[in-house]
Design a protein around this ligand. Structure first.
Ligand code: NAD
Length: 319
């Protein structure tokens, strides 16, 4: 049987499955998910070679972490066979990147996840905090947690790509191990590509999330809260309909598009059912056949051309 490809994350030595399990849906972020469905999805993901699971205390107000922790414990997964990342600094009640809060937060996350350590702890959506605080206070506090053995590696996440260069240009080399970018490596927006040489030069591993643009590139469409403009939403709907008329699923095409660049170690897809897990792993295994779908990809790109690279505001004005 063909195995799901693993890719090394920067200089961490972590070998991530190229498709990672985004656990935000387990926090009911995209609609309700039963415990049975969550457990079945995680079990199937493990069976099919997914070893990377990403969550956050923010997703579903801690529900995602709790459900993921329950599933991993119930399935009795050996700790060294999985890579678990969670986040700090963004919570249901707001943002707080202070050393005090994130130090407390990691203990709470470990308790919910029922783990002794997480593989990657990421500062969640740093554009909503002071980037100077991230550099001078948050990352040094995370270093201490690393020394204490509670986390193995340090990451930063967010939407505007400029936040990554701002922070990485100001922290001591090697103090940030990975970045998690989202919605910037999809058919409608692949601007992360331009940043890859810089990230490589900094020795930082790259994770890209939301290949389906948080539901825009799915047949069901995005959730109510999706921040895209109506123009972007309707262009994506037209692209999804076009694929459907051709007997194809836009989600598969979108995931395959994101997976083609091996400089990105893992593509995190949000999944909440066995069906989605199986479809997404199958898409990755069929990657080599993308040539057959190249015409369709070009047609979809043409439909999305008027909204190409269109994004949405995120974060606060940095002084
Ligand atoms: P996504 O683009 O992965 O889309 C998820 C949506 O697509 C969900 O509704 C899911 O049910 C659906 N879906 C998944 N597979 C499908 C398939 N085969 N067919 C049809 N629909 C399918 O967006 P996301 O969940 O926001 O991103 C993935 C993960 O990345 C998150 O769960 C989270 O772990 C991480 N993430 C992190 C950040 C951050 O740190 N700031 C931001 C976004 C995402």
């Amino acid at each position: 049987m063909v195995k799901l490809e693993k890719r090394v994350l920067g200089r961490t030595g972590l070998n991530l499955s190229c498709v990672g399990f985004g656990a935000s849906p387990l926090g009911n972020v995209f609609g309700p998910v039963s415990r049975d469905d969550a457990l079945a999805a995680v079990r199937r993901a493990l069976d099919l070679g997914i070893n990377f699971f990403d969550t956050s205390p923010y997703y579903g107000g801690t529900v995602s972490e709790m459900v993921l922790g329950d599933c991993l414990r119930e399935l009795g997964v050996p700790r060294d066979e999985i890579i678990v990342s969670t986040k700090c600094g963004r919570y249901a009640d707001g943002f707080d990147f202070s050393a005090e809060r994130i130090t407390k937060s990691v203990d709470e996350s470990l308790q919910r996840l029922k783990l002794d350590y997480v593989d990657i702890l990421q500062c969640h959506d740093i554009e909503f905090g002071s980037l100077d605080q991230i550099v001078s206070e948050t990352i040094p506090a995370l270093q201490k947690l690393k020394e204490a053995g509670k986390i193995r590696f340090i990451g930063i996440t967010g939407l505007p790509l400029g936040i990554f260069t701002y922070v990485l240009d100001r922290v001591p080399p090697g103090s940030v191990d990975a970045v998690l970018s989202y919605c910037h490596y999809s058919i409608n927006d692949s601007t992360l590509v331009d940043l890859l040489p810089y990230l490589k030069s900094k020795g930082v591993g790259v994770i890209s999330a939301s290949p389906l643009a948080m539901g825009l590139l799915t047949e069901n469409g995005p959730p109510e809260w999706h921040p895209a403009s109506s123009e972007l939403k309707s262009a994506c709907r037209a692209a999804a309909n076009h694929c459907k008329e051709k007997g194809k699923n836009i989600s598969k095409l979108a995931l395959q598009y994101s997976l083609t660049n091996k400089e990105v170690s893992s593509i995190l897809v949000g999944m909440n059912s066995v069906k989605q897990v199986e479809e997404n792993v199958a898409a990755a295994l069929e990657l080599l056949n993308i040539g057959e779908d190249l015409d369709l990809l070009h047609e979809v790109e043409a439909i999305l051309e008027p909204v190409k690279t269109q994004t949405w505001p995120s974060g606060i004005q940095q002084s």
